[in-house]
Ligand binder design. Structure first.
Ligand SMILES: [Zn+2]
Length: 239
């Protein structure tokens, strides 16, 4: 790959800005007025994942948090502040946790040979691998094992989202965003929706809204439960 120099990058930026301004003189004025992005994206720091290019989205559409192996850490003040701001202030409608195949963080967790801070950071994924080792090791190739671990990791991080106070507060107030788990296949450039059901995690007994849902279901016992019978804050979350 031919890498751009710093001078090239700055030059490209100035050319792009001029083109944008020519196409729409109000473009940057509009951007500077603020943001109301409908999406929060939690993805990997990997340099091969410019989400706006992969999804053809525009500046202002996606609020972003990235770290190695797209983790939802319950002790990372950086991530937790991003999440809190996205939910409580930006009122995002959907949170996307996006992993990817060919992820160095997943490989490090799988091999268990990394040292230093990265080793500590990916340790929850290492533990996930050890929990699921029997299932994963049955897969026929190293690539299949890593891909599956990447998908399991997304599922774990979606689950972790429901353990955060920001998400629990949103659930209680009936304003919880939808949550999606994706994995991006760098080999094809395509995003795969893992169709992760979040209902089980939503129904945590410590959440008062969960209790009201359970009571609602008890009342509706015998009739078919559909989206319209679910409290408003669950609509869009159910799969
Ligand atoms: Zn990665």
């Amino acid at each position: 790959m031919n890498y751009h120099s710093i001078a090239d990058i700055l030059h490209n930026n100035h050319v792009w800005a001029a083109q944008q301004h020519q196409a729409d003189p109000n473009y940057f004025e509009s951007l500077s007025r603020g943001q109301t992005p409908p999406y929060l994206y939690i993805g990997c720091s990997d340099s091969r994942l410019p989400l706006t290019r992969f999804t053809q989205t525009e500046p202002g559409e996606i609020f972003v948090h990235r770290n190695i192996a797209n983790q939802v850490s319950l002790t990372d003040i950086n991530f937790l502040s991003v999440l809190d701001y996205a939910i409580a202030h930006l009122h995002v409608q959907c949170i996307i946790v996006c992993g990817h195949y060919y992820c160095g963080g997943i490989q490090a967790a799988f091999e268990g040979t990394t040292t230093g801070l990265v080793d500590s950071w990916v340790n929850p994924i290492r533990e996930l691998y050890l929990q699921k080792q029997e299932e994963i090791d049955q897969l026929p190739s190293r690539e299949a094992k890593l891909n599956y671990l990447a998908e399991l990791n997304v599922e774990l991080q979606v689950k972790n989202l429901y353990q955060t106070s920001a998400m629990r507060n949103a659930l209680r107030s009936g304003s919880a965003p939808e949550v999606r788990g994706w994995v991006l296949d760098l080999h094809s450039g395509r995003i795969k929706d893992l169709n992760i059901s979040t209902e089980a995690w939503y129904l945590h007994p410590s959440c008062p809204t969960s209790q009201s849902l359970l009571e609602s279901r008890a009342l509706n016992q015998g009739s078919n439960t559909n989206v319209s019978s679910v409290p408003g804050n669950l609509q869009g979350i159910r799969k």
